[in-house]
Write a protein that binds this ligand. Structure first.
Ligand code: PGA
Length: 261
């Protein structure tokens, strides 16, 4: 089973900083075959990361967001086709920061998944409840409702192309409370059994100290990481740890621009 280790750089990194990160990835030892790493840089450095990253690393490159419309008068937006053209093979959709700060809704998330699939991108759907919802004991219901809304009208042959990241809002960022395996196992298992998916990742304050525990959660297919992977060594150490925890096999890494199956 593939274990995905991905990072979004969020709104960080200039061109020079991106190049430095890529240089470290390019110089890393051969990737373990069972781990599929991916990085989601900001749009401004996406094509540079794509162009400078050695295909032999097997690291996927993607975008943190894109609009659902194919083109048109949407000032400041970029389309799925445009991020694909810039080098993305995967696109993050519905991160809680976008839902909270940029009015992303279940409806726009749904439109974006449809558009990503149409463009041949792997959608990475983010879902997760806030602290209040969890305190009321409604985390599971809330998250499954988000998943249902995101997949509205999408047939099973397409849902199985989608990665879902369960990222409880209370666990994300500097003010986040790191989750323990027992806090998230039920939700992850419920997402995983709700429909046929490419995989379910966990995200929110993942770091080297808690990654093994979170990877031990049954039904977790990987980790989606912010701060701990913003320097390339941190990212590489999580990839290596995932390989150790899940075991390695001598299969070659999946090539870049892996076709969406
Ligand atoms: P964090 O971010 O690892 O910095 O908490 C996770 C995320 O937002 O995906």
């Amino acid at each position: 089973m593939t274990v995905y280790i991905g990072t979004s750089w969020k709104m960080n990194k200039t061109l020079d900083e991106a190049r430095t990160y890529v240089e470290t990835l390019n110089g890393a030892p051969t990737w373990p075959g069972t781990v599929q790493p991916f990085v989601l840089p900001p749009h401004t450095v996406l094509s540079t990361v794509r162009a400078t990253l050695d295909p032999a690393t097997g690291v996927w490159v993607g975008a943190q967001n894109a609009h659902w419309a194919p083109h048109g008068p949407y000032t400041g937006e970029v389309s799925m086709t445009m991020v694909k053209d810039a080098g993305a093979g995967i696109v993050e959709i519905g991160h809680s920061e976008r839902r909270e700060l940029f009015n992303e809704t279940d409806r726009s998330v749904n439109l974006k998944i449809v558009a990503a699939l149409a463009a041949g991108l792997i959608p990475l759907l983010c879902v997760g409840e806030g602290l209040e919802t969890r305190s009321r004991g409604e985390a599971l219901r809330f998250v499954l409702a988000q998943v249902d809304a995101a997949f509205a009208g999408i047939p099973a042959e397409d849902t199985r192309k989608v990665l879902v990241a369960y990222e409880p809002v209370w666990a994300i960022g500097d003010a986040g409370i790191p989750a323990r395996a027992e806090d998230v196992a039920d939700v992850i298992s419920a997402i995983s059994t709700s429909r046929d998916l490419r995989g379910v990742l966990y995200g929110g304050s993942v770091n080297h100290a808690n990654a093994a525990e979170l990877l031990s959660v049954p039904a977790v297919d990987g980790l989606f990481v912010g701060r701990s992977a913003w320097d390339a060594d941190g990212f590489l150490s999580l990839v290596s740890l995932a390989a150790e925890v899940r075991g390695t096999s001598p299969v070659p890494p999946t090539p870049l621009h892996a076709p969406v199956r």
